[in-house]
Design a binder for this molecule. Structure first.
Ligand code: ATP
Ligand code: MG
Length: 359
């Protein structure tokens, strides 16, 4: 294939999007979209959301337009990015059927993301089959669009590895080069690769309830920042503190641009200088949190304002999703028909089959 600049990513509509999504993936999508050099597809992963919410489809229904609003608010532009709904793309249910024959159970069980997520959800042995196999479905999502680039946080790296293995098995076994091996595009800073939760746990995640959401209002943001976990050993202002693993500093790293720091950083010339003071002792958490609150308010205010604007016409949102979904179905159907041909099950259109077995 010639120049391939296709991008695919998605999010589970299990809640509104949070700061982790924003720095881990959304921001990169918007940046790449705006270069005009890519063909981006962004998927609302409702099928994947059903894998651990089968008994609660209402939660998913409630979040389809919420996630769509978050996308537009963050800067995705439907005239440049195809935004679509996973469950309405036939290729995304058919391809996993073919791919699942190329993956062993033990390979799925070794997937570190799956392992961690099973623990998090307390599934123990009662793991829904659909949940266990969602990495295969995710490989289908990416390959159906023959996407080369996948902007994600680092929790998704094992999924991409799995997708690449499926691609290489498929192309080898069916002697073709239809499927494209995808690459991750990770954010360039470690604090954004996996943004920590407001409670200090390793990942901000809807399932853990430790999120600041893109749609949070001013008061909620302030309250979340002010009650954030910091360094438990930093009891008195004069005590030396730890900035490593301290969410206040992780968030400052992720969000305090030079301009914002210049405006709100007070006496400090840089975040490094401030960190040094905190580590030495003599800088209180309250002062750091006040700075962070200013930074977060400045970052989220324009996103929230755009969100409110788009929320005024939900009909237009639904129409946009429908159009995007139709386009995505068309593109992925092409891959699907190539895949069927490569496997050799395209009986009704296959001249070779007809020649050998019908005539
Ligand atoms: P859930 O708890 O429902 O799994 P989630 O918050 O983990 O939700 P996903 O929909 O699984 O979110 O993730 C969507 C995208 O956002 C992925 O690319 C993932 O890497 C990225 N992402 C999610 N959380 C973070 C985070 N804390 N830091 C960086 N990237 C993240
Ligand atoms: Mg997740």
């Amino acid at each position: 294939m010639s120049e391939n600049n296709i991008i695919l990513t998605g999010d589970r509509p299990t809640g509104p999007l949070h700061l982790g999504h924003y720095v881990g993936s959304l921001k990169t999508r918007v940046r790449l979209q705006n270069t005009g050099e890519y063909e981006p597809f962004v998927m609302i992963a409702d099928l994947q959301a059903l894998t651990d919410n089968a008994e609660n489809p209402e939660k998913i229904r409630q979040n389809i337009l919420e996630v769509t609003l978050d996308y537009l608010a963050a800067g995705l532009d439907p005239s440049k990015t195809t935004i679509f709904v996973q469950s309405h793309i036939p290729a995304l249910t058919e391809l996993p059927m073919y791919y699942s024959n190329l993956v062993t159970m033990s390979r799925l069980e070794r997937n570190p993301t799956i392992k961690q997520e099973i623990k998090l959800r307390n599934f123990e042995r009662s793991i829904p089959v659909g949940f266990m196999t969602y990495p295969i479905s995710q490989a289908a999502d990416i390959t159906a669009f023959r996407a080369k680039y996948v902007p994600v946080g680092e929790d998704q790296l094992p999924m991409l590895e799995q997708a690449r293995e499926i691609v290489s098995s498929f192309n080898r076994i069916y002697k073709c080069d239809i499927l494209v091996e995808p690459e991750a595009i990770l954010p360039d800073s470690s604090s954004c690769n996996r943004l920590v939760g407001t409670d200090g746990s390793a990942k901000m995640s809807k399932s853990l309830g430790n999120c600041i959401y893109l749609r949070d209002d001013e008061k909620t943001i302030k309250q979340k920042v002010m009650s954030m976990y910091t360094d438990p050993t930093h009891i008195n202002v004069s005590d030396p503190g730890h900035t490593e693993g301290n969410p206040v500093f992780s968030y400052l790293e992720a969000f305090a641009t030079d301009e914002l720091f210049a405006e709100y950083g007070g006496d400090y010339k840089s975040l490094d200088e401030m960190k040094e003071h905190y580590e030495r002792g003599g800088l209180g958490d309250m002062k750091c949190k006040k700075l962070l609150n200013n930074v977060m308010q400045e970052t989220l205010a324009p996103i929230r304002a755009r969100r409110e604007e788009y929320a005024k016409d939900k009909g237009a949102l639904l129409e946009m999703l429908k159009k995007g979904t139709e386009h995505a179905a068309e593109v992925s159907n092409e891959t699907l028909s190539l895949v069927r041909k490569a496997i050799g099950i395209d009986y009704f259109n296959d001249a070779d089959f007809i020649e050998r077995f019908v005539k």
